[in-house]
Design a protein. Structure first.
Length: 261
């Protein structure tokens, strides 16, 4: 994709992430009107997710009708080497529906298996994280870098978990992390945790299985902020997910061992 085409898509992604985030935030403030639907244990959704995804899809289709779209709520068979948008309209849905202001909009763009754009918008604190391939990562327009901590004892590592994997897999990771002098946090939004790694707030993020729409934007943010990640997109991760490891170069080897990579 040439620079001009990428620029136009970057402008759309940031404009649309803000619009979807503000739309969802109005529903968040009025969440008592939302019916909570249970897709399974620890897996909830509401019309807020669906309507925010519809808003994002309409904006993308209007501007780039030939681009593919894969979203958490409506899915999509995203194949081929053309541009594909990978979107999570509300990442941290459980928090959203519980009234906990820890959720975000995540929009990524890939082409030929490479992540070109990553935009994460948290309307609760008006934080917009943006990365474009080869152009660095920014938070509200200011450059961000991963942590320069030399030890796991100098910060917190995000650890995600879902019912898609056995509890033992997450317990084992936490056990090894604590034994190494680290400490963990789980906030229910893989996208936000990855954005925090990119901003140097977390030392890293580990999850035994995460979906593409939850993490692709965050992966690019971390890489453009000087961090390292596993090869998440190997296999058919775009549709079936994979484990995720994102951290700093200094802590990568130790966290990879703790995470079982
Ligand atoms: C969430 C992910 C998180 C995972 C949660 C949930 P959602 O996405 O961002 O990493 O641990 O179980 O899947 O469902 O809030 O969009």
């Amino acid at each position: 994709m040439d620079a001009s085409a990428l620029d136009r898509r970057l402008q759309l992604a940031t404009r649309t992430a803000r619009a979807a985030g503000r739309f969802a935030h109005r529903l968040f403030l009025d969440r008592d009107t939302l019916e909570i639907e249970h897709k399974g244990p620890q897996d909830v959704v509401s019309r807020a997710d669906r309507e925010a995804e519809t808003l994002i899809r309409r904006a993308i289709t209007a501007a780039f009708p030939r681009d593919g779209i894969l979203g958490e709520e409506e899915g999509g068979e995203a194949t081929g080497d053309g541009p594909i948008w990978v979107i999570d309209p509300i990442d941290g849905t459980a928090c959203f529906l519980s009234g906990i202001p820890v959720w975000c909009v995540s929009i990524a763009l890939i082409e030929a298996g490479e992540i070109l754009l990553g935009v994460i918008y948290d309307p609760n604190v008006e934080e917009l994280f943006v990365a474009a391939k080869g152009r660095g990562a920014r938070l509200n327009g200011r450059p961000i870098r991963v942590s320069d901590a030399a030890s796991l004892g100098h910060g917190t590592v995000g650890v995600g978990w879902s019912t898609r994997v056995p509890a033992a897999s997450a317990v084992a990771v936490v056990d090894r992390l604590l034994a190494a002098g680290g400490i963990f946090q789980r906030n229910g939004s893989g996208a936000l945790m990855l954005a925090y790694v990119a901003a140097g707030r977390l030392l890293g993020y580990l999850e035994p299985h995460i979906n593409s729409w939850d993490c692709l934007a965050g992966i690019l943010l971390v890489e453009e902020a000087g961090g390292v990640t596993n090869d998440f997109l190997s296999g058919d991760a775009l549709h079936t997910g994979n484990p995720i490891l994102a951290t700093t170069p200094a802590l990568h080897e130790e966290l990879a061992t703790i995470g079982g990579f």
